[in-house]
Design a protein around this ligand. Structure first.
Ligand SMILES: Nc1ncnc2c1ncn2[C@@H]1O[C@H](COP(=O)(O)OP(=O)(O)OP(=O)(O)O)[C@@H](O)[C@H]1O
Length: 288
């Protein structure tokens, strides 16, 4: 569905935010992972046809989105990181207004808005002002507006920021329900946001691609690079200075560490089966 080849982007003033990105993505939920400044939002804005690549090309169903943005726009739903609402409007009023702005046929607006409200589980709150909503409910309004045109590509940029753990979980369930034949791209720097729902993962760092593939492939790539290592308490600082420590568990007389390292860091360290969070850290450490 979506093919990026050798895509780079520099902001005016010369800041290189993306460098040489090549990717092919089909239907499913793609978790776009990367630390702050990795280039996730820049990439998503580009896929939403708001920025044009300074180099390379992005094809949607074989058509170049820089030359023919409309080929993608009518199939695109986008929830940006900063999503503004009119707090005095009810969810229904706001969505009807956006549906009109997006050019949905007038006769279908009321029914399509109600369908989208139902899809995101907002029926009970649809006639309340958005200003009275929780963060999770507001994000549902954001997803509902992105769904108005039944998009084949749904882009959601850091949608779980500011949500409590229960809201995060409900949001993940909602995306799973919406997946079907769509390509959903979800950016986050929190692995647990995508761990249970992503069919594919893309890891970025400093504008470069570090990994693209299935969660299982990311886990496999980390085998032999994650270690269990028990050290006396006084050694912790030295280990932290030399190695990437993923986890530290304090015991009565020692500390149990999980460490990312290409080689065995010490004779006492034993290979551990990586979790996804650790595999992500391996991907970031690999070429850092
Ligand atoms: N409008 C802008 N002008 C200049 N540089 C920018 C602009 N927006 C982002 N950048 C820079 O581009 C790089 C990538 O930023 P981007 O926001 O895409 O990263 P991100 O992975 O989405 O990070 P975050 O999780 O913090 O949003 C960063 O170095 C950032 O400082």
């Amino acid at each position: 569905m979506l093919a990026l080849s050798d895509v780079s982007f520099a902001y005016p003033g010369g800041r290189q935010a993306l460098a040489g990105l090549s990717l092919r993505l089909g239907a499913g939920i793609v978790g776009l992972l990367g630390p702050n400044g990795a280039g996730k939002s820049t990439l998503m804005r580009m896929l939403a046809t708001l920025n044009r690549p300074t180099q390379g090309s992005i094809l949607w169903r074989g058509r170049d989105i820089a030359r023919e943005p409309e080929a993608l726009r009518h199939e695109l739903g986008y929830l940006p990181q900063e999503f503004g609402v009119y707090p005095a409007q009810t969810a229904r009023e706001f969505l009807r207004y956006l549906a009109a702005v997006k050019g949905l046929p007038h006769a279908s607006i009321a029914s399509r808005v109600d369908e989208c409200i139902e899809m995101v589980g907002l029926v009970a709150g649809r006639d309340r002002p958005i200003g009275s909503f929780s963060g999770g409910m507001r994000q549902r309004v954001g997803i509902a507006q992105a769904l108005l045109n039944d998009p084949a590509l749904l882009i959601v940029d850091e949608p779980t920021v500011g949500l409590d753990p229960g809201e995060r979980q409900r949001f993940r369930n909602l995306l799973t329900e919406l997946a079907g034949k769509r390509l959903i791209m979800l950016s986050t720097h929190i692995v647990s946001d995508v761990e249970a729902i992503a069919t594919d993962l893309v890891v970025m760092q400093k504008g470069r691609l570090r990994f693209a593939g299935s969660p299982q492939e990311l886990l496999r790539a980390a085998i032999g690079k994650v270690w269990d290592w028990t050290v006396p308490e006084h050694a912790l600082e030295g280990v932290r200075a030399s190695y990437r420590v993923c986890n530290a568990l304090r015991r009565a007389d020692c500390i149990q560490l999980r460490v990312v390292s290409e080689q065995q860091p010490h004779g006492d360290a034993v290979p551990a089966l990586p979790g996804l969070e650790e595999a992500y850290m391996v991907a970031l450490a690999h070429e850092a």
